[in-house]
Design a protein. Structure first.
Length: 189
């Protein structure tokens, strides 16, 4: 029951941090301008780098959060709850990344306007924040689990001492030395 409690607590804390990360990402990442046409939203500048920059900022924000969460989870796991915290770090990191994306893209309502051409006038421009490289959604969980594993493998605190060689239960008689006189009187000549 204790492991389940630790797992759930880790997931909940990471989910809350994911919401905060969404606000941070929304504040840092550049918006991509779209123009509303009859067929839907289209990029105003097809060569824009803001799509890549938004993905990069998302990866940086969630990667740093994953790094911090991985270190904190490792330090807490030193008390013997490593499996529950590691599983919570993986699941919570995935949830946090999804929540960061949801919160970050929902701020300002531009995504809703860009998705519905009739909500904004034809020819108008809306600024949209989104992620085009879906792999960055995994960065929180991957970095968190990776740093946890690296710290766990580098720290030798749980390395058991080597066990001594097993002792034979049957006593082995000593081998007589030919020069000590206990070999039945046979002396080397």
């Amino acid at each position: 029951m204790r492991h389940l409690r630790d797992f759930v607590a880790t997931v909940v804390v990471l989910a809350l941090l994911g919401v905060a990360a969404g606000f941070l990402w929304s504040a840092l990442a550049p918006r991509t301008p779209y123009v509303i046409t009859k067929t839907g939203p289209e990029l105003t500048d097809p060569t824009t780098q803001s799509l890549i920059a938004a993905d990069g900022w998302f990866a940086v924000v969630t990667g740093v959060a994953g790094l911090a969460c991985g270190v904190v989870a490792y330090l807490i796991a030193r008390k013997g709850r490593a499996i529950a915290l590691l599983a919570g770090l993986a699941v919570g990191g995935l949830l946090a990344g999804f929540l960061a994306l949801s919160v970050g893209t929902s701020l300002g309502g531009s995504m809703v306007q860009a998705a519905a051409p009739r909500s904004a006038g034809l020819g108008s421009t809306v600024d949209v924040l989104g992620v085009t490289a879906r792999g960055v959604l995994l960065s929180w969980a991957l970095v968190g689990v990776a740093i946890f594993g690296i710290l766990e493998s580098v720290d030798g605190r749980d390395t058991p001492e080597p066990e001594p060689a097993p002792v034979s239960p049957v006593p082995v008689p000593p081998v007589p030395d030919p020069g000590d006189g206990r070999d039945g009187g046979h002396q080397p000549r």
